[in-house]
Write a new protein. Structure first.
Length: 240
């Protein structure tokens, strides 16, 4: 199986840290997020990963050249950001011949076993299977409504959320999903692609797994503390 690791973001909310370090090389528990994700993807049966790059891309390339990784890693530099869905579209040759593939946001942190997401997808074969968590602040997330496991509505960062079940940025996509992505870039998975998958995608809860968006200095400090001190006891979506 192949996977996209979406790592090209600017990390603006983590400045000034990310003025000098790309967000995917920010460390948690003494290891860069990039390496943590590559390990998790390998455990899920992934053999080849494409990492998209933009901000301080040369640091990521140098890091990969200096370290041994459990999977084969390709990089795709984006002089202009394509958006998360745009990255999938522009690199569709990477997954040519694959029935399905994983895509994950590299700026999140979780100990969820991705094998469970893959198994859920393979059991029912929807166009997509989304990892979902209960958000402490639903207005800052993509909110999903499910009916019998099927996604019946999706709204990105709603002003008046209808629930707290949120998109975790963990996806298994069937390759036919790529045909739904518009060609006018940038295109975003949450804003542009997922609304087209209503009724054709399923959701899979992360259950009691740890999950955090490390997008702010406070969130990063909290994640580093929890990761080092029994992260599994902290409910997904618990407030800081």
């Amino acid at each position: 199986m192949k996977a996209f690791l979406l790592a090209a973001g600017l990390g603006t909310r983590l400045r000034p840290l990310t003025d000098a370090v790309p967000k995917c090389l920010v460390s948690v528990g003494g290891m860069p997020l990039l390496d943590l994700w590559l390990q998790q993807l390998s455990r899920a049966g992934v053999t080849e990963v494409l990492v998209n790059l933009h901000h301080l891309a040369e640091q990521v390339v140098d890091h990969l050249a200096r370290t041994s990784q459990p999977v084969t890693v390709r990089t795709a530099y984006e002089p202009t950001l394509l958006g998360s869905a745009g990255t999938l579209l522009q690199n569709r040759d990477f997954v040519a011949g694959e029935e399905s593939f994983l895509a994950v946001n590299a700026d999140n942190l979780t100990d969820f076993d991705l094998r469970e997401l893959v198994a859920s997808h393979q059991a029912s074969r929807p166009m997509a299977t989304l990892g979902l968590f209960h958000a402490a602040d639903p207005s800052s997330c993509g909110i999903v409504e499910l009916r019998d496991g099927v996604v019946v509505s999706f709204e990105e960062k709603p002003h008046e959320p209808r629930g707290d079940l949120a998109n975790a940025g963990l996806y298994v996509f069937d390759s036919e999903v790529l045909d739904l992505i518009g060609t006018a870039l940038p295109q975003d998975i949450g804003r542009d692609l997922l609304p087209q998958l209503v009724g054709r995608a399923r959701g899979r809860s992360l259950g009691d797994a740890y999950f955090a968006d490390i997008g702010t200095p406070r969130a990063l400090r909290d994640a580093r503390h929890r990761w080092a001190h029994g992260r599994s006891v902290v409910p997904v979506g618990a407030p800081e």
